[in-house]
Design a binder for this molecule. Structure first.
Ligand code: DSN
Length: 436
């Protein structure tokens, strides 16, 4: 046990072992904070659908000496020498991405999802051109042409939503908008879409109207890789994804495309938008893609969906209103309007109970985005811990109790759930974490 020299704080007192010995010696305050985050991730039921636990192997790759190297350019065509190893690492990541997602071309350099999407604009659009994407409060992403994003300020954003009666995307609306507005780019996919994305349907509309179709699969990449969601390959011209959500890799992104668009995509990422790639992230992406090609990952992907469906059933049985009535994937969007509690109040109460979610707008939300009507939850992280479908009834019971406690101001009930959550988490250690 390493003795810390800094003044103990709440964040530094609960780390038991020197997991990061060098950092603990040189900067005990920071080491303590990292230890506290490890403890938090170990002890809480993390239901944010875009979060996960990476493996120890992915953590090692992302913390490797590859971060010491500059590599502007692409394998075989760099602006710096000394690329004997880096070229092989990036080529490995590219090959694995192509094989896993069945696309002609892969660029593994985007720093994260927003730069990846911005690269798609740079590849195909001029400022002022029209982009058709899903409205942010309906489940889309900022970078799909929403006003406050550069993509909505520098381009003309036109939006589709979901039907009020079904909570689902209406492809007739998408087609009508595409015919009327003639976008250069159409985005499908989003951040709060609990239903299967009809890539073939979107592709037909894009082809008819002469648009480039970008499938943003950031949320569902792991499900697609594991065969638990249909693939955009053969439908989308470009596929954009982060690597750290259901795919269970490091914080990073990839752009995949048909051969026709390979050059435009590569030039947009570098030199169009970015400088040197983050080689340690590239290595960790390669590690994650290697893991995602295994039978065990397929089981995980299907279990994510099975857990989400079971949780949806359990919540519905307890009177919760789920947008679209349920889920086909990893994500559930709960409309709390009839619970007399806002999404923010519920999310903060759940956090006090050790259940980590995010508050979220629901379609046609009358409330503001900073205090919306819903919460968004998902099952990737708990599935990575091996929490089975049979536990979803308990999870639903906890959510029910905490939402009621939030309404009634019953902190004792919230504290009781926190203890029970800790017991479940202790029984299912998280990958990559030293503490549990
Ligand atoms: N922030 C991501 C999410 O939570 O869905 C989207 O970029």
């Amino acid at each position: 046990m390493t003795t810390r020299t800094s003044t103990p704080t709440a964040a530094t007192t609960d780390t038991a072992a020197p997991r990061h010995p060098a950092l603990t010696a040189s900067d005990p305050e920071l080491a303590g904070l990292i230890g506290a985050e490890e403890r938090l991730q170990a002890d809480t039921l993390r239901l944010i659908p875009s979060e996960n636990y990476v493996s120890a192997a992915v953590l090692e790759a992302s913390g490797s000496v590859l971060q010491n190297k500059y590599s502007e350019g692409y394998p075989g065509k760099r602006y710096y020498e000394g690329q004997q190893v880096i070229d092989r690492v990036e080529t490995l990541a590219i090959r694995r991405a192509q094989a896993l997602f069945g696309m002609d071309h892969a660029n593994v350099q985007p720093y994260s999802g927003s730069p990846a999407n911005l690269a798609a604009y740079l590849a195909f659009l001029q400022p002022g051109d029209t982009v058709l994407g899903m409205s942010l409060p309906m489940g889309g992403h900022l970078t799909h042409g929403w006003d406050v994003s550069a993509t909505g300020r520098w381009f003309r954003g036109v939006r589709y939503g979901v039907r009020r009666d079904t909570g689902r995307i209406d492809l007739d609306e998408v087609r009508d908008l595409a015919r009327a507005e003639r976008p250069r780019l159409i985005f499908c996919g989003g951040t709060a879409v609990p239903r299967t994305i009809d890539f073939a349907g979107f592709a037909e509309i894009a082809r008819e109207t002469g648009a480039v179709l970008v499938a943003d699969i950031a949320h569902i990449a792991g499900l697609i890789a594991g065969g638990a969601h249909p693939s955009p390959a053969g439908h989308a011209d470009v596929v954009s994804t982060t690597t750290h959500k259901t795919l269970r890799g490091p914080r990073g992104a990839m752009l995949l495309s048909t051969a026709e668009h390979a050059r435009a995509i590569d030039r947009a990422v570098f030199p169009g938008l970015q400088g040197g790639p983050h080689n340690q992230t590239t290595a960790a992406i390669a590690a994650a893609l290697g893991e995602a090609a295994t039978a065990g990952f397929c089981s995980y992907a299907h279990q994510v969906v099975a857990n989400a469906r079971t949780l949806a059933e359990e919540l519905t049985a307890r009177g919760f209103d789920l947008v679209s009535g349920g889920t086909d994937n990893h994500l559930l969007l709960i409309d709390l309007t009839d619970k007399d509690v806002s999404g923010k109040v519920a999310a903060k109460a759940l956090d006090r109970a050790g259940i980590v979610v995010n508050y979220n707008t629901v379609p046609y939300d009358p409330r503001k985005p900073f205090d919306p009507s819903g919460i968004r939850i998902g099952t990737p992280a708990l599935t990575s811990r091996g929490v089975p479908a049979s536990a979803m009834s308990t999870v639903a019971t906890w959510i029910t109790a905490v939402v009621e406690a939030a309404r009634a101001g019953d902190e004792a009930a919230i504290a009781k759930v926190r203890g029970e959550v800790k017991d479940l988490m202790d029984a299912h250690p998280a990958p990559g974490l030293p503490v549990s």
